[in-house]
Design a protein around this ligand. Sequence first.
Ligand SMILES: [Fe+2]
Length: 415
Amino acid sequence: MFIIERAAPFSCEEQKRKSFPGGTSPQNQCGGRSDKVPRLQVKTIDSEIATAYVNTCKGTLHVPFGWCLAIFVGNSPRPLLKRDIMERNQPSGRAVAAFAMTHTPGLGNGLEDPPKEQVERLMAGFAEARAILDEARPELVIGLINDHFDMFGLDNMPTFSIGIADDHWGPPASAENWLQMKRGRIAGNADYAADIYREAVNSGFDLYRSGSVELVHNMLMPFKFLRPERDLPIVPIFTNCLAPPLPSMARCYALGEVIGRVIARRPERVALIASGGISHWPPFAKEDGPEDDELNRRMLKVQRVGPGGRELDPGVRDLIHKREAEMAASGRNLINVEWDKEVLAAFERGDKKSLLEMTYEEIERDGGNGGHEIAMWVMMMGALNGAPSRTIVYEAVKEWMGGVGLISYDRRLSL
Ligand SMILES: [Fe+2]
């Protein structure tokens, strides 16, 4: 079965230099009656892509509207139906649940700070997601996360990395209090991770290979609410969201597609959890920041080192939280509700185009330095073949200085 998609047209001159499937001559097809001949991409359901060039001059296929023209079953074309589009958007393979959610530190020991009703709405949303995850019976979790200088430092910062190990750990002792969690082992799946690693390298992504990783709120916050038992092995995949230059949204999506291919050819039931975003402006150290800003100076020192850096200055985390409290109390607008809702709506529509066109500068301007973390949401969308999602809950939580959101792909997945 093939899906035919419209692509940029080729001129007749360009086509004269190419060979075409089925022995059809583009020169003859074009017949000099048109300067441009539409190019159609033929995409198989299992994502192998072939290309065909079809001459509308002859009326073989008409292009009445839109990007999607017709669907072939065997050799017989028939009109594209709405359900065909939905089928195209269905993730394949064994992805049985998928969520993207915010990992704001406020969800740790700050649950008393926002209005009670707001926290209750969030907890109801998390409980719904937890039930979906439970019902999906996954065997492992692929965690799409970013590090916050617990694994990597400015002097050793991979763009993408994967933890290939059967044992991971977290949270660090310095984060136990604010996460309200005890440090412990979190099972990994080295075999599955190595498979993704190979697929990625073979697909042009030179992933950084880690062994055991240190998980903090990036993964443990979603686990706290969606899987408090922490009984599922995790394959952690990190994306650099803090030390520019950051990977483009298109690049993140493409890596997601690689992950999706691995999911599709393996038998395991997989849950995807993307963690991070949406709009927020957390304290952020800058290398050219003011010398007299003690927090900036101390954060930079820690961030340059990465793992073990916090032990050099254990007080930094408290200092960050103090700065956050000051920022939250300052009355500054630290949430962009409009942008959050636009982003959520784009995920709901499966609007790959608008999400992938977002630039670093636009995200920084509209979603803050923390808004870059939607990169992991975009990666997950790529793993799910661009499927549309459903927003379970969104709250703009002033006390936590950020939009808090949770989306699910539950109705798009084959359970
Ligand atoms: Fe974060």
